[in-house]
Ligand binder design. Structure first.
Ligand code: AMP
Ligand code: MN
Ligand code: MN
Ligand code: MN
Length: 276
């Protein structure tokens, strides 16, 4: 059986391993088809592609786009896109630019909460000059001994309602999906189990996502319990969406699932790779 992992990160966004290291680890763990999905970034794909060739596995050019929908941050995994597409590149560059101002605001908010120097501190954990993420703040706070682990930092400081949270306008659903479609990609709603939108909100979200050209939904994810995997498999069938799977691996010691560590796809869904 072919093993797929269609969601993971490298040092070009908030992962801990370089693209080539991610690919080597995936290959060693038995992954046959890997999508590198850095946040709002395509720069790691070339390196990953070269290493995938060397390892004899398939690398799917991909990214994870940050979207704001009804004040909620939604992630969209874009699979099989053309990384050289100019409109996609320009769109993602704009999304990344907004991260700098937001990061300074997060630093200021944490300072108000009694933690000075977090912006400068987070910068020390940044691994690509093109992208700063909340994850880099989280690593700084953990290494400083302010909070026990990365998950806890999010819970205590970096999520809505917490002292270091700064609302941010990412790409609109319409723009993100038009960039993805324009680059020949397949848009997949990432880890839907994480969105606090309620049952009717999820319906609206999926409806709008499909209207704008979205075709897939992540059924298997490290963010999902097995009950949620079953729930989103049902939604995939009911809404006619293709089912995707991904570990969302960020690096050793920081992720729930390692590369390739996914259960079998639930029966009755059509996997995203059926048409590949
Ligand atoms: P950003 O794109 O800067 O808002 O950062 C989002 C990233 O933070 C996600 O891709 C995850 O890697 C990480 N993240 C978000 N929520 C959590 C959480 N509750 N626990 C651990 N990491 C999280
Ligand atoms: Mn991340
Ligand atoms: Mn995500
Ligand atoms: Mn991710």
């Amino acid at each position: 059986m072919v093993r797929y992992d269609l969601h993971c990160h490298s040092t070009y966004s908030d992962g801990l391993l370089r693209p080539a290291e991610v690919v080597r680890r995936a290959a060693a763990r038995g992954v046959d088809v890997l999508a590198l999905t850095d946040h709002d970034e395509l720069a790691g794909i070339a390196e990953a592609q070269d290493e995938a060739r060397a390892q004899g596995i398939t690398l799917v050019p991909a990214a994870e786009l940050s979207v704001t929908w009804e004040d909620e941050t939604i992630h969209v995994v874009a699979l099989h896109l053309d990384p050289a597409n100019p409109a996609l590149g320009a769109g993602l560059s704009g999304v990344r630019d907004g991260r700098d101002v937001r990061a300074r605001r997060i630093g200021a908010a944490l300072e108000t909460a009694g933690i000075p120097g977090a912006f400068e501190g987070a910068l020390k954990y940044v691994t690509s000059e093109r992208l700063i993420s909340r994850t880099h703040f989280a690593r700084f706070l953990v290494d400083r001994g302010i909070v026990g682990d990365v998950k806890d930092v999010f819970k205590r400081y970096l999520t809505p309602g917490k002292p270091g949270y700064v609302p941010h306008a990412w790409a609109s659903m319409r723009d993100a999906l038009s960039w993805i479609r324009g680059a020949g990609g397949q848009a997949v709603l990432a880890h839907p189990g994480r969105y606090k939108v309620g049952a009717s909100g999820m319906k609206r979200l999926i409806a709008e996502f499909r209207e704008e050209g979205g075709t897939g939904i992540e059924v298997l994810s490290s963010s999902h319990t097995s009950a949620q995997a079953a729930e989103f498999a049902t939604l995939a069938r009911v809404y006619g969406l293709l089912a995707s799977c991904g570990s969302d691996y960020h690096g050793p010691g920081e992720s729930w699932l390692d590369l390739g560590d996914l259960p079998p796809m639930p029966a009755g869904v059509t996997p995203v790779w059926t048409a590949w």
